[in-house]
Design a protein around this ligand. Structure first.
Ligand SMILES: O=C(CO)COP(=O)(O)O
Length: 304
């Protein structure tokens, strides 16, 4: 999704919002009811997608690769057949962004995996949003669980980063997700809503945000969430946006799933109505498999 000058102008003119309304406690029963009481699906093929934007698939390469392996990956991606109705984005390590941008097809956009919280300057070791834009990045991943739980970034800092990136015209892939012990303690929704609230408190507009639900227990573990587990959280996230931001934002914002997505499980996940795409780690390092995941958009066209 291109970040337009109009959307940027509207973000800048709106400015930061005031205090956010208090969280309604989410009633998980209501989401189950929504699932079971929804009207019967028509028998003709439908596109099962609740978010109104395009399917979105991001490849988060994390701290992997060498000049040679990345050159091979880019060449595989350049020759892959990708369904047209999908926004495809890859996030190389900072040091390879320029190489990738200069060799990858324009069909695939570039994301950074992180960005500095404000304008660049005397911040040793950091990379600024301005520099990312200079290299041709359109997106940045923020709030990834590895930055939250390994590096120690907190909600407020992540929210500020998102606001700054948006203000400069980058789209934000905003990650949320619970730890295993939080899921086991029945706190999945509370944790996700708190993380969402931190983004909501900080950003002036949701126009250029894609939400990535990435349960931490599913990341890099091979334990993918079941389609039902993912759908349940995605519905809850959409519901939260509706109650706390607006019905329009709830219906427009893409909510993508990440955590052990691969070429074998993406089609079943993609069939879920509220799964609008994926954020892929390990499997995005293999060009043909990443293409299969991108192309799982076709499984959204299901006959009920
Ligand atoms: O963290 C992820 C994407 O951001 C998911 O990683 P894996 O696909 O390797 O589980």
């Amino acid at each position: 999704m291109a970040v337009t000058s109009t959307s940027l102008a509207s973000q800048l003119s709106i400015g930061l919002r005031g205090p956010f309304p208090k969280l309604d406690s989410f009633n998980s029963q209501s989401s189950k009811l929504r699932l079971s009481l929804s009207p019967p699906k028509p028998s003709r093929p439908i596109v099962a997608m609740a978010g109104s934007g395009k399917f979105f698939v991001g490849g988060n390469w994390k701290c992997n690769g060498t000049k040679d392996s990345i050159s091979k990956l880019v060449s595989d991606l350049n020759s892959a057949k990708l369904e047209p109705d999908v926004d495809v984005v890859v996030a190389p390590p900072f040091v390879y962004i320029d190489q990738v941008k200069n060799s990858i097809t324009d069909r695939i956009e570039i994301s950074a995996q992180n960005s500095w919280v404000g304008k660049g300057g005397a911040f040793t070791g950091e990379i600024s949003v301005e520099q990312l834009k200079d290299l041709g990045c359109n997106w940045v991943i923020l709030g990834h669980s590895e930055r939250r739980h390994v590096i120690g970034e907190n909600d407020e800092f992540i929210g500020k980063k998102a606001a700054y990136a948006l203000s400069q015209g980058l789209g934000v892939i905003a990650c949320i997700g619970e730890l295993l012990e939080e899921r086991e303690a029945g706190k999945t929704f509370d944790v996700c809503f708190q993380q969402l609230k931190s983004f909501a408190d900080a950003v002036p507009s949701w126009d250029n945000i894609v939400i990535a639900y990435e349960p931490v227990w599913a990341i890099g573990t091979g334990k993918v969430a079941t389609p039902q587990q993912a759908q349940e959280v995605h519905i809850a996230v959409r519901d939260w946006l509706k109650k706390n931001v607006s019905a329009e934002v709830a219906s427009k914002t893409r909510i993508i799933y990440g955590g052990s997505v691969n070429g074998g499980n993406s089609a079943e996940l993609a069939k879920q109505e509220d799964i609008d795409g994926f954020l892929v780690g390990g499997a995005s390092l293999k060009g043909p498999e990443f293409a299969t995941i991108v192309n799982s958009v076709t499984s959204k066209k299901v006959a009920a």
